[in-house]
Design a protein around this ligand. Structure first.
Ligand SMILES: [Zn+2]
Length: 333
């Protein structure tokens, strides 16, 4: 039985290779073009308790695309991981201690330069990294590395100047008018930079909301529908920051019915920092938000763009959400 199945697999493989070599241009791709991009997810301390699961969801999405290989670097002292740490273990032979409060990990020193793209799944109140690690991230990104910021990762490290430049906009953790303007899009579609005093970052109750593309020619959103309905999620608003070299790719209308600002808030952004590229999504409050096909699609494209400056994952999934209809994928670990 085993031998039969092996033979069948070998036959199918032979057919596939023959077909590929004869007809498809894939035989001409160089090793560099076909090698997966190396991605590193960093996590360990996040007020959003779903983080051990959402890290694994991202790893799975990225690897299943065939475009990425994924490693995870986690602080040895974790926070708010709870039972999900046992349900979604790293199995990397290292020991982790979940603490009642975030605590700095003096040994958190990932080698960012080994990767094409680094994805932050840290969150609000994450304890400061060693200075050496902060400098390493700054040098990695300014030297041409890719960095991706997910939801509450823009709550972290409010007083780290260079981090705030990398993320463009952020919220909470002491952010206010001194952090930079509140940036939004007005009813005429113009980007506004509001310098009036006030705290950075808030949101109403989670709800489904429409994502509207503002830069349809940008590779991350090119070919996607102009608008789609995102699954139930928090709608971050009143984010503040330096917002230098930042492009708003997509917004969502913050409806006063959900304590919204009555403005169009940035949802997907890119930032240039030195030679590096940053993709920032403010979506992703929990595993439900992470299961939205719109979130998954823009995450994959955003990671590829941050890592290379291009997007080859251009196919729009058949289960992409509609303008008034959400679409989710079940996640099985
Ligand atoms: Zn949240």
């Amino acid at each position: 039985m085993l031998r039969n199945s092996l033979l069948t697999r070998r036959f199918v493989l032979t057919l596939a290779v023959t077909y590929c070599a004869a007809i498809l241009p894939c035989a001409e791709l160089s090793a560099e073009e076909t090698a997966p991009l190396k991605a590193l997810i960093i996590d360990g301390q996040n007020n959003h308790g779903a983080w051990p699961k959402t890290t694994m969801m991202m790893k799975s999405y990225l690897e299943d695309s065939g475009r990425f290989s994924v490693d995870i670097a986690r602080t040895q002292f974790t926070w708010k991981g709870g039972k999900l740490l046992e349900q979604y273990p790293l199995e990397d032979g290292k020991s982790y201690t979940d603490l009642p409060q975030p605590k700095s990990d003096p040994d958190f020193k990932p080698t960012f330069s080994n990767y094409d793209v680094v994805i932050s799944n840290f969150g609000w109140k994450a304890a400061p990294w060693p200075e050496e690690t902060q400098t390493a991230l700054e040098q990695y990104v300014s030297g041409g590395g890719g960095f991706v910021v997910i939801h509450a990762a823009d709550n972290s490290f409010g007083s780290w100047t260079e981090f705030n430049e990398m993320i463009g906009l952020g919220g909470w953790d002491g952010r206010n008018e001194k952090s930079g303007p509140y940036v939004y899009v007005d009813k005429e579609g113009q980007v506004q930079r509001d310098l009036s005093p006030g705290p950075g970052g808030n949101h109403g109750p989670a709800h489904e909301y429409q994502i509207v593309v503002r830069q349809p020619d940008h590779p991350i959103v090119k070919g996607l529908p102009k608008a789609w309905l995102h699954t139930k999620d928090e709608l971050y608003q009143k984010l503040r920051g330096p917002a230098l070299n930042m492009t708003i790719l997509a917004t969502a209308y913050a409806d006063p019915k959900y304590r919204g600002t009555d403005r169009h808030e940035p949802k997907l952004m890119t930032i240039d920092y030195g030679k590096g590229r940053i993709f920032h999504t403010t979506m992703g409050h929990d595993d439900v938000a992470f299961s939205c096909v719109g979130f998954i699609t823009t995450l994959l494209r955003g990671c590829e763009w941050a890592g290379t400056g291009e997007v080859t994952l251009t196919k729009v999934p058949e289960d992409f959400p509609g303008v008034n209809e959400t679409s989710k994928r079940e996640f099985e670990s």
